[in-house]
Design a binder for this molecule. Sequence first.
Ligand code: ADP
Ligand code: ZN
Ligand code: ZN
Length: 768
Amino acid sequence: MSNKSIIYNSENIPFVKDDLGNQQVFAEVVIDIPHPSLDRIFEYRVPCDLMENIHVGARVLVPFGLKNKQMDGFVLKIKDRCDFASTKIKDIISCFDDDFVLLEELIPIVKWMRGVYHCTYIDAIRCFVPPSARKVKSSRYIETVRLTASFDEAEAFIKSNIRRASAMCKILFLLLENPEMTKEDIFLNTWASPATFKSLQNKGFIEIIKEEHFRIPEVASNLTRSSITLTPQQNEVIERCTEEYNKEKKKPVLIRGVTGSGKTEVYMRIAKRVIDSGKRVIMLVPEIALTPQTVANFKSFFKDDIAVLNSRLSAGERYDEWRRIKNGIAKIVIGARSAIFAPITNLGLVIIDEEHEDSYKSEISPRYNAIDVAQKRCEASNALLILGSATPDIVHYNKACKGEYVKLVMPERIGSGFPDITVCDMKRELELGNKTMFSTPLYNAIKALKNTDDQGILMLNRRGYAEHVSCRKCGFVYKCDHCNVSLTYHQKKGLLKCHHCGYAVYMKDTCPVCGSKYIKVFGRGTQRLEDEIRKYFPEVPFIRMDADTTTAKGAHFKILNAFSEGKYKLLLGTQMVSKGLDFKNVSLVGIIAPDSTLNMPEYKSAERVFRLISQASGRAGRGDKPGKVILQCYNPEHYAIQCAIENDYDKFYFNELRERQQGLYPPFCRIMRIVFSSHNEEDARTEAQNAAQTILALANEENEAGILDVLCQSAPIERLRDRFRWHVIVKFNDDAEYTVHRAADIILDDNNYSKVQASIDFDPVSIL
Ligand code: ADP
Ligand code: ZN
Ligand code: ZN
């Protein structure tokens, strides 16, 4: 990223006047093209006829380059002098008169994002003014893209075109994973141009279906809320938050409230108070929590004051919601991660529910963390930030314990108490000859659901049928052609799929290497669980929810709805079923092998296992029925599992803190990770090694002791989508923040993008 910013030398620059002696006005403009070479501020003159309309944050049309091509841009500043030679300066052509402007108060946050996430100005601006809103505007149509090419055609095409036509390949990859997606979703994932869609369509690879979109009927909003008397615990937390809200200098609040302690009610009451005080509210929830039930719940509380932003909205609906927010009609915005960018003025409160969720971190550039952005927005508007979770992120909890955040605890559940957890050591079950996926207690508990109204949830955190397929004779393992990972077997189509890039092949009866028949599937996934349920419990109606059954629009909702209406006895699925669901009839939760990921080379794996068990067991016993949880695992003695069984977050926290200190991981340091990927392994390695050298040299030069460790190695997933990957991991403390960002700037400046792609990530959720 070159030319960080223009150096102003206002002393030497005279005011500029026109021929009549009138004072001139200039604007600093960022061009709406996300290319590193255009990531700078360009100066333009504001012609007289635009002076009335122009404002900071406005979207304008400007002539650009030698050919004066017309381009969109955003005004970041208006000033009365210019740094550029005034004879060469060009005039702004026009100023858009619509709602898609950048709020002036958000410009410092755009600049901050560019600095800390090392993205371009326009990458950051596009978060706040999404292109879907700008380009598709009031369209009432949804365009669905469907893959029409056969599997083999699409692979073949990807193989021979991955380098030349990568945009088309990206779309095909996505569609191989989800055969039907909206054009908008594909666009948001790939930034593919309309021409790319057109060529795929012309090749006969995809078809695009245009349908008029009708709004989700609003039956839900006249749902009446049964009157709720708050518990003393809820009242106390509401008062403490209000107290903090009324302070001139506010700290963020972290609420650790066990599952079922009634946090949602608390959030709504605090939000109501803030709205009544004349301010506005943003509430972030994980995407899956944005089910129509939750939305209906909020709508019945906030009536027309609420705007909902979720990925199910058509471009037209999103545009409408955006306008309702922008124009001040909506007082509270509820949405997933990107709702933190909502154009809300007069912000008083941001609530982040299930704050531990990885999904608050963006995995595409800019790799922002919505919680950090929220903290910045709150600081800028003197608003209160509330984070809530049953199992807070260790780093955030540490901040709360140190007094950086206000720590509030809700230890008691509403209604019934905590469910009993029965632990089954599956190693022992196997010794006893049980080769099924059900321990004896789980088998009996499922059988016992019969003749009752009770329902059960089974969670197994791996989709597909089996983890991998290999030959027992020669040791051959089916691996992805494009990534260095083994393929997962999906039984229905007899396919072996790559969960990273979407590549798939048909499984053969014999080993492709030695020709033997001893080819065998190893490990267990949700599809196999489904098979075994059918076999051992033929009388039990069940439904499966995982990434493979929820690709269609609205599939989540349909599954959850059918289950809550009692059409099924069992809901089985991946960690998707462990989150935030509130079903009164669920008395049984089976958690199958949550510890299978404990050996991953990731410092967060223990935290994830603890959380998975706590969250999943929180689904049991939510009504007045006592809950029963059966936990099947292989490492019952591990502290993550022990603490989860004892339902003791603090104990887990202290254990985990000790481990993190020994291994030097957050909160004892921060992490910057730069991944270098290339078609040529040598190139990736060289750039990574150079980067590591740069960092060490800079630390040395500045005598910076806050850089604690610099690692340069091939990434655990050595090859992904045909690119070899090396990474540099830097552990540092707050003192070294400046040096680390400077090093990152130098590295990105030196990076030859055409050869090696460098992607930078601070506090990554995964280091695979
Ligand atoms: P959490 O988000 O902490 O897991 P929820 O907000 O989902 O918990 O609350 C659990 C259940 O308790 C919900 O069905 C909610 O409607 C209900 N609930 C919340 N507060 C009260 C209350 N004061 N009295 C009775 N029921 C309540
Ligand atoms: Zn073999
Ligand atoms: Zn792959």
